[in-house]
Design a protein around this ligand. Sequence first.
Ligand code: NAP
Ligand code: GDD
Length: 348
Amino acid sequence: MKKALITGITGQDGAYLAEFLLKKGYRVYGTYRRLSTPNFWRLQYLNIFEKIDLIPADLVDAGSVIEAISISEPDEIYHLAAQSFVGASFEQPIGTGAVTGLGVTRVLEAVRQLEIKTRVYQASTSELYGNAQETPQTEKTPFKPQSPYSAAKLYGYWMTEIYREAYGIYACNGILFNHESPIRGLEFVTRKITNAVAKISLGIEKKLPLGNLEAKRDWGYAPEYVQSMWLMLQQKKPDDYVIATNETHSVQEFAEKAFDVVGLDWQKHTKVDRRFMRPLDVNLLKGDYSKAEKKLGWKPKTRFEKLVKIMVEEDLERWQRWQKGEHFPWDAPLYPNEMKILTRSLKV
Ligand code: NAP
Ligand code: GDD
């Protein structure tokens, strides 16, 4: 039986990847970190929590990363753990560097020192392109980070290349464009919108505050994207791949379509709130996935409108169940409508 270790198994991608690998017959190990409130809801929601072997590890603690790899002796490591929220990286640039950047080196260095024969997937990102120098973006488009998050990811990208070339470690960068789902974190704009649309249509919330409505993203469906991670580790040689839909839509379009699903006018229920603007933002992302299609046989199936519909309908159904008094693992009920947040980095 093949063994896989997933760092960040409690996150969106970690949970879907675990589900996918279990179906493929893998023994799945996952790292989790100590939190004051346990965060296993995604694994429970997907009904896979009992099937996973959990290992405590924090990316800032190199010893715990070494321990996780030596306990699991994995054939494949999927390094997904990171401080992954771009907005928060402006508030915690040093912490983001320590976790999202140096965390990659801790994983690669553990593999090197333990002399373990394993394949490594690094969760690289379309954020690396920043305000991109060409559209659509390919594996050859130059990088120009626009946030502390993407600068940390750029370091991780290059360390992955360096360990591949210097030590012959099979390591791949998956340059994944935004991918979303009903188990996406609530602070990311897509789920923030679909959760609010569901609540507004049921009378639980009044207005949805948003930041930059003009930003355009290439949004795909997360359960399809995690399959590409596995495909990258099944090839003869390690390489880097763009995973995207080659379509781009603005935040405003996402909000319009989401309110359409419940028959409401987005303009009546949203307001621009400068607290959600970033000191620097990426204007437009659109990825050319033709290399992945040719070499991995991967292509996206779920397109923009379908994605929006899936997310709104699942949030709506969950709030309806909640109103009937049903209890199930889910993040939204504990998340407040409004928060009084003060930071200097926000453009107020
Ligand atoms: P996510 O939902 O935010 O999950 C991040 C995971 O990292 C969580 O399990 C989190 O644990 C863990 N983590 C954070 N800090 C940690 C630390 N110090 N030590 C150990 N674990 C830590 O992110 P995602 O959307 O699944 O994304 C997965 C990866 O792909 C990330 O590296 C992200 O940057 C990258 N990526 C994502 C996208 C996207 O659109 N989703 C696109 C390109 C690249 P807790 O649950 O304890 O917080
Ligand atoms: N989060 C958020 N909240 N974003 C908003 C809001 C809001 O209220 N209003 C507008 N936006 C804009 C952001 O300024 C950004 O331009 C865009 O919506 C998308 O923001 P996020 O959903 O937070 O995602 P992201 O694109 O910054 O980052 C995600 O995708 C990257 C891949 O390109 C994350 O998953 C990263 O980890 C990932 O690397």
